[in-house]
Design a protein around this ligand. Structure first.
Ligand SMILES: [Zn+2]
Length: 702
């Protein structure tokens, strides 16, 4: 009886909970948006923008138009080993590195219209205090495990070496410059003790192994709670849940939250000298500290609590897929343990953006930096194009040709053309005064109704983080307007049926006006210009958008071209810049074979090098590589076999003046005895070239 009663009750509870959850998101009093803190060791490129910042900005701008209470928080992540490495490379301090990129990145975000309420930095005093408080709370709860581990230590520099500070030979591929955590040549992930002949990259000394102690968060203890919480999430992207699930399925283990370093937030414990919080423990706390600074700036120091601690807040983290584990597992575990914070409502992480079919790579120069983009094009164009190809469910590709196509065929030919036709026609034939709507046809009604229809679809797309769809549906409205203008032929009805002509213009003006708000999240600057042209106020809310936003008789300006077409040469130039830089950086990145072990002068002097001239050459039958060469070295003619058939035809090398190692012991290959060796040099593509000389055959080469 009891059991029978319980089951339906549970079901009711679940169904009810589900309702509450959906309501919570729609009805929550406020929204807190964060976007991934960019690392302050380099400039922002296209991939960053498409990963987190544009989607976060589209969403925030849409919700602002909806008059929701929403704030958007971000800032520079200024701790961690890559910062100290960048500092050493440039011969400046870590403070100087983060200052440079914090300022530069903040500026470029502004130029792209990324509408942060606050852009903080993790080197701030508020952040130090906040991270230390959270660490101490967890410490006092007794949840950390303190464990000692062996780590490489540089005795001269007097410090433990982070993995990136240890270099040595890769045990997998023999690359002499592998890092303690990874070999960049073969991609193997390593631990510093795997390296052959490890050296400290600070002093070049061989490090010793020394014990060190760290605090670990036992993530396994939160496994069940995390699973339950993730199960209760609605409308999460499959790629995000999938990644979380694979972490959970493999079982969560202890993660160190401290590091031996001097750059970072010091561990606030007496026995922790020389230790800082692990950057992945402190970075997400940066969202909280930046919100605190924002609240202080607002003059209400406690306001941050409303956003982080009140259950009526929906917290949304915008990130790239490489940060999923930190935002969906580690940070929530920290917040759960702390207890006073809201957990994310959603983490709509994006996949990666590629560039011209290749993976973006800062170190290989395969990237478009935003500051560089702005030298040639307007920010809104990139917002639109990247927004149209966001890697929402899988990796996507940006190409300059596609950029040009989308700007020309959609922004210029559809949206721009429609606005221009409407405003210039109204100016030319109605003195800029919006005509009356009188006796509208079915088509006029239906077309006006498209405004409401599309508005609903666009709204739904924004609410579910489908920004590509939001853009498509908004452009659809412009397409509808453009087609309607063409079909109703106002240039004809102007004389034949002035009433119909006036109706056409009235309807088109209303669509232009609606677009100036509906496209606002994507094209904020252009739509502001459009609203001015239409004599509309700067701010119009989403809900005010209707089928009669502009009254008859309102004066609108002579149309100006909103979007100019992009010429072939302009994008070809961008591709050329990209290729040139990548080639130059690729060359600098060339990996050289290590210098061989030292040899004595006597060893060197024992080689007899002579100038020679190739007098005959033929390919060795049955061999793909060998050419049999006859060389005149003055004293005699020698037969030498050389493995160069893949680079040269036998005939083309006859007559070349070369350098021969004349006293090399003979060696038999394919039944032919080779007496000596011809010196060759290898180019970057691996092709061999003769070392040539002007000397007479038989002369010594020294
Ligand atoms: Zn390797």
């Amino acid at each position: 009886m009891r059991v029978g009663n319980l089951i339906p009750q549970l079901l009711v509870c679940r169904a009810y909970k589900k309702l509450v959850k959906i309501d919570h998101y729609e009805m929550s009093k406020r929204i807190l948006v964060t976007s991934a803190l960019p690392y302050a060791n380099g400039p922002i490129h296209l991939g960053h923008l498409a990963g987190a910042y544009l989607p976060a900005d589209f969403y925030t701008r849409f919700q602002r138009l909806k008059n929701r209470d929403i704030i958007h928080i971000c800032g520079s992540d200024e701790h961690g080993v890559p910062i100290t490495i960048a500092a050493e490379k440039e011969g400046i301090t870590p403070e100087e590195v983060v200052e440079k990129f914090h300022t530069g990145n903040k500026k470029v975000f502004e130029q792209f219209g990324i509408d942060f309420d606050y852009y903080g930095r993790t080197s701030s005093e508020t952040h130090r205090k906040t991270s230390q408080e959270i660490f101490l709370k967890l410490y006092e709860d007794g949840i950390f495990n303190k464990k000692s581990q062996e780590q490489l230590y540089d005795e001269e520099a007097n410090m433990f070496l982070p993995d990136r500070y240890v270099k040595g030979t890769c045990p997998k591929c023999g690359h002499p410059e592998a890092y303690g955590d990874q070999c960049e040549k073969c991609g193997a992930s390593l631990s510093p003790t795997d390296l052959i002949d490890p050296v400290s990259s600070i002093t070049g000394n061989k490090p010793i192994i020394k014990e060190t102690e760290h605090w670990f968060i036992p993530l396994g203890d939160y496994q069940e709670r995390l699973e339950e919480w993730l199960d209760s999430r609605d409308n999460w992207k499959a790629n995000v849940l999938g990644q979380c699930k694979s972490w959970l399925d493999s079982g969560l283990s202890d993660r160190a939250v401290t590091r031996d370093l001097t750059w970072g937030v010091p561990v606030p414990l007496p026995d922790a000298e020389g230790k800082v919080l692990y950057v992945w423990f402190d970075a997400p706390i940066g969202y909280i500290s930046a919100t605190k600074e924002w609240a202080e700036q607002k003059g209400d120091a406690d306001l941050w609590k409303t956003y982080w601690q009140d259950k009526e807040t929906s917290l949304i983290h915008f990130i790239g897929k490489d940060n999923i584990v930190f935002h969906c597992i580690m940070f929530p575990a920290t917040l759960m343990q702390h207890g006073n914070y809201v957990l994310p409502e959603n983490v709509p992480a994006n996949e990666f953006l590629n560039l011209e079919g290749q993976k973006l790579s800062t170190s290989k120069g395969w990237a478009v930096w935003l500051s560089e983009y702005l030298e040639s094009f307007e920010a809104d164009l990139l917002r639109f194009v990247l927004g149209s190809i966001l890697p929402e469910t899988k990796d996507s590709d940006f190409s300059w040709k596609d950029f040009q196509n989308r700007v020309n065929s959609e922004l210029a030919d559809i949206l721009g053309n429609f606005v221009f036709r409407t405003t210039s026609f109204t100016n030319r034939f109605y003195d800029g005064s919006v005509p009356e709507l009188s006796n509208p046809s079915d088509l006029d009604h239906e077309t006006l109704e498209e405004i409401n229809k599309q508005k609903g679809k666009i709204e739904q797309a924004y609410n579910t983080f489908k920004f590509r769809e939001a853009i498509t549906e908004t452009m659809t409205l412009a397409r509808v307007g453009n087609r309607y203008f063409t079909e109703t032929e106002p240039w004809k009805t102007r004389k034949e049926n002035p009433e119909a002509c006036g109706n056409t213009l009235y309807v088109c003006v209303q669509i232009c006006a609606a677009l100036s708000v509906l496209f606002e999240p994507i094209l904020p600057r252009k739509m502001s210009v459009l609203r001015k042209q239409l004599g509309l106020p700067e701010t119009i809310s989403w809900d005010e958008v209707s089928i009669n936003l502009v009254p008859s008789g309102q004066i609108i300006e002579q149309g100006k071209i909103l979007f100019n077409k992009i010429e072939d040469e302009e994008v070809e130039e961008q591709v050329a810049i990209l290729q040139k830089r990548s080639a130059a950086m690729g060359k600098n990145q060339k990996e050289y074979a290590p210098i061989k072990k030292e040899t004595s002068f006597n060893n060197f002097a024992s080689l007899d090098l002579r100038a020679g001239k190739i007098v005959a050459a033929e390919k060795v039958q049955k061999s793909n590589k060998l050419i049999q060469i006859s060389v005149d070295i003055g004293i005699e003619k020698r037969t030498i076999l050389s493995g160069i058939a893949e680079f040269y035809d036998a005939e083309e090398i006859i007559g070349k003046s070369v350098v021969v190692v004349s006293n090399l012991a003979p060696k038999k290959m394919m039944g032919i005895e080779s007496n000596g060796m011809i010196l060759m040099g290898e180019d970057t593509e691996g092709k061999l070239h003769f070392v040539e000389t002007d000397s007479e055959p038989g002369s010594k080469v020294l």
